[in-house]
Design a protein around this ligand. Structure first.
Ligand code: TA6
Length: 301
């Protein structure tokens, strides 16, 4: 990918430009009076997002590698066409291939209200068909303003029906996990992956005090990450998703990951807009599905 060519075709003034980011990965830089954001074209991966006057809402590991083919640890990885392990072949990459592939830019826009929009596209090729046999087009649209919108749109271009799962695997930055409560999931049932997939029900706002890996079922509710330490509250709203995943690896699992600092689990939590478990998406030829998350910041009461 030639940055010069891409800039000529898609840059918008000094507000949306393409640069060689960390590790030389081609990266879009969005910056204007409303917000700034960076998006790696590998994985169509939002790496940072900062509404005006705020620090980065997204967490990024200091040990993240920025290498071709390797998912970035932090920001918003796109898990697709399957979430977590492949349902019947664990030799296939966890969370699918979308986060490891280079996406192409399909459009950039400055909207009338000044929000900046970057649209990227991924289509099947011989390599994706080795892992997943169907023909598809996926678009990932990032709209950065005082809120961040991320939309994954999938179109079935095959002659057969396919099913897929996925997630906008969003990592959020927090002052300390001990200061955080997540609300919005009360009453929802969940699969508790830490206790061997037991089915449980969330009774109260969620405080994280140990390894947490949960798939909340049949929920379309907004979630709020209330952070007493920074006196801020992150709202995660969504559409086209009935699953919310909450993850914090805690000490031992964090230490076992090469791209995750030993103590960094204290400064992050994932609250993921997802289609997973019983929320599989089935698309007949020509059909489309959209899953969207909207992330915004509020001052805590
Ligand atoms: O969304 C939670 C999860 O599926 C966890 O089980 C955990 O392993 C995490 O994603 C990260 O996966 P990764 O493949 O990026 O290491």
């Amino acid at each position: 990918m030639k940055l010069e060519t891409v800039n000529r075709q898609f840059a918008i003034d000094k507000q949306l430009t393409f640069v060689a980011g960390p590790g030389g990965l081609p990266t879009a830089q969005l910056k204007n009076r409303l917000a700034s954001a960076t998006v790696a074209l590998q994985g169509a991966h939002v790496v940072t997002y900062q509404p005006q006057g705020e620090s980065n809402l997204l967490w990024l590991s200091k040990l993240s590698q920025f290498k071709p083919g390797k998912a970035i640890r932090g920001g918003i990885p796109i898990c697709w066409p399957w979430f977590a392990n492949h349902p019947d072949d664990s030799s296939k990459p966890a969370h699918g291939f979308a986060r490891n592939r280079l996406w192409e830019i399909s459009a950039t826009r400055r909207l009338p209200d000044d929000r900046l929009q970057l649209e990227m596209k991924l289509e099947d090729d011989a390599k994706t068909r080795q892992l997943w046999p169907w023909r598809f087009t996926a678009w990932l649209t990032v709209t950065a303003g005082s809120e961040l919108e991320v939309e994954l749109r999938i179109s079935n271009r095959d002659e057969k029906t396919f099913s897929c799962s996925g997630a906008l695997h969003s990592y959020f930055s927090v002052s300390d996990i001990g200061n955080v409560t997540i609300t919005g999931l009360e009453g929802a049932g969940y699969i508790d992956k830490v206790s061997g997939d037991q089915l449980r029900q969330q009774q109260e706002p969620l405080a994280i005090t140990g390894e947490t890996d949960r798939i909340y079922l049949n929920t379309s509710a907004d979630c709020l990450i209330e952070d007493q330490g920074w006196n801020r509250c992150i709202r995660i709203a969504k559409q086209g998703s009935r699953t919310t995943v909450v993850w914090n690896p805690w000490q031992e699992k964090a230490a076992a990951m090469a791209d995750f600092g030993n103590d960094e689990y204290r400064n992050m939590v994932c609250v993921e807009t997802a289609n997973a478990a019983d929320d599989l998406i089935t698309l007949a030829p020509g059909e489309e599905h959209r899953m969207q998350t909207t992330i915004s910041v509020e001052t805590a009461d």
